[in-house]
Design a protein around this ligand. Structure first.
Ligand SMILES: C[S@@+](CC[C@H](N)C(=O)[O-])C[C@H]1O[C@@H](n2cnc3c(N)ncnc32)[C@H](O)[C@@H]1O
Length: 265
């Protein structure tokens, strides 16, 4: 990871120079609508609040479990004996971005959703709760984290999630073969440049013009920034949206020339 000071400076640069979060001066009607209806919306629905509350509870949970994180981007380092609170704080999507995932699902209404990196299931829950008829598929390398995620899904009474435990590179090709086109993909694990590009290329086989891919931590490291720049250049990538933490990729066929936006969130 790039050092903290560099990351803060990058954030300040983003904050000062990103497009306005109220949508001023955005010439793409598609992105403008997303900004107005999703980014600007601060409503906390009852189901969102249930996940926010569970997330807060887990963050102060003292029970220890034996685990190590998988892949680059694991904040666990070499620690093996971590409290659930630590795991939640170090790896789960924060409420602000979880609420954004939830609203994004409400807006695009995806029926098939794939997540790379379940951890303890907080992000997955934000993806799954808006529509109980959507099918969510999520992959996690660590068995103990998958088991904790399963408990959390049951606490939230979520039953539209299928969990897969194993390394992305081993599970993803077979899973993609079985699935129809995927409407929304959240790539949130293994933050290395080449690995990120590899997962993106594999996922491209399963997307269509309406799909969206969301990357977490696009400015987390030099490698992730390079991966993000490479992704923007793929010929079928038409629109991208850089929210500093998340990067959204759209494939809309009706858009002829590429457009890249940085919007303050
Ligand atoms: C940042 S966490 C995911 C957080 C979760 N998506 C959320 O929103 O709360 C990343 C997860 O990906 C898993 N992971 C990282 N690299 C992996 C790989 N190559 N194969 C399988 N799992 C991996 C880690 O074990 C970790 O639990």
């Amino acid at each position: 990871m790039i050092n903290n000071l560099k990351y803060i400076l990058k954030y300040i640069n983003y904050y000062l120079f990103a497009g306005h979060g109220r949508g001023y001066g955005i010439h793409s009607p598609f992105i403008y609508e997303y900004v107005i209806k999703v980014l600007r919306d601060r409503t906390i629905e009852r189901k969102m609040k249930e996940i926010n509350d569970l997330s807060s509870e887990l963050r102060s949970e003292k029970t220890k479990v034996e685990t190590t994180g998988f892949g680059a981007g694991s904040h666990f380092g070499k620690s093996k004996n971590l409290s659930i609170g630590n795991i939640a704080r170090l790896s789960s999507t924060q409420k602000k971005y979880g609420n954004l995932l939830y609203r994004t699902v409400m807006f695009f209404k995806p029926k098939v959703i794939l997540e790379l990196g379940t951890s303890i299931g907080i992000g997955t829950s934000y993806l799954a709760l808006p529509d109980r008829n959507a099918n969510i598929y999520t992959i996690e390398g660590s068995e103990i984290l998958s088991a904790l995620a399963m408990e959390n899904f049951s606490r939230l009474k979520i039953s539209n999630i299928k969990q897969y435990t194993g390394e992305f590179i081993n599970v993803l090709p077979g899973l993609l073969d079985q699935l129809p086109d995927i409407d929304l993909i959240f790539i949130d694990g293994d933050h290395r440049e080449e690995a990120t590009i590899k997962y993106f290329e594999l996922c491209l086989e399963a997307v269509n013009s309406e799909s969206v891919i969301i990357f977490d931590d696009i400015h987390w490291s030099g490698g992730m920034e390079k991966a993000w720049e490479r992704i923007k250049k793929f010929s079928n990538v038409k629109l991208t949206l850089d929210l500093f933490r998340f990067g959204l990729v759209f494939f809309r066929e009706e858009i002829y020339s590429k457009q890249h936006f940085r919007i303050r969130y």
